[in-house]
Design a binder for this molecule. Sequence first.
Ligand SMILES: Nc1ncnc2c1ncn2[C@@H]1O[C@H](COP(=O)(O)OP(=O)(O)OP(=O)(O)O)[C@@H](O)[C@H]1O
Ligand SMILES: [Mg+2]
Length: 254
Amino acid sequence: MLELSGLSKHFGGVKAVDELDLTVNEGEIVGLIGPNGSGKSTTINLICGVFGETAGTVRFRGELMNGKPPHQRLRAGLARTFQNIRLFPNLTVWQNLWVAQNSPQDVSARGFLPRWFGATRRTRREIADLLDLADLGHKDDELASNLAFGEQRRLEFARAAATRPRLLLLDEPAAGMNQQEIADLSRRIHRVRDSGVTILLVEHVMELVMGVTEQIAVLNFGRKIAFGTPGEVQRDKAVQEAYLGASDPGDGSA
Ligand SMILES: Nc1ncnc2c1ncn2[C@@H]1O[C@H](COP(=O)(O)OP(=O)(O)OP(=O)(O)O)[C@@H](O)[C@H]1O
Ligand SMILES: [Mg+2]
């Protein structure tokens, strides 16, 4: 599904991502963890095409993504959420999902007008499913800016799912969540995966990462220092040292 090879991003002298090799297979939930500033968000931005790489390649479903702008990668099936929530604040919950559902579509393609008016049965059914996924069915007409923090996070997750991605990149979706919300998120991630979506999860909340992923890559100063199952990674000496030597992420989760 995804193959990063020798992927690097340098900001001046800072090697934010440095010669990263990573393979994510179809249907997997893979974790990407590491101390603050270790290059996790930069990796997501490289995969999505927000940043151009300094070196290396991004292959998605066998196709070279280098040089392709973000909207083309979205159209190819790459979706993401942001570490800091970025919704359309002045659109309703339903409209946020509708825009996302239609954003990967080619506007010149047939059927645009019915989609535009939100009139097709498929459009409505899919959005109803997404509202159910996000547990926001009762708030469909609410402006996104009026939602509580947890609701905004759920909407962002559903909005990414609305683009019908093949690979979903999640950047710290559990930040600021309580125990119950983390458990709900874990179920939501599984539900999306079971619908045929591969997932790369960047997260500091170890309870979520260790519970939901099958494989985990660990970054430190932009370099991959470990890859394995949650158990293998937890027992890894280099990983333990990276976390002990790093500043605490501030939520007590490391
Ligand atoms: N646009 C940028 N310009 C310059 N330096 C950057 C930029 N984006 C990130 N960096 C630097 O690259 C390094 C990796 O940052 P990145 O945001 O990828 O880390 P992260 O692993 O996501 O951290 P966190 O857990 O705090 O979100 C850091 O040293 C950061 O300061
Ligand atoms: Mg980050």
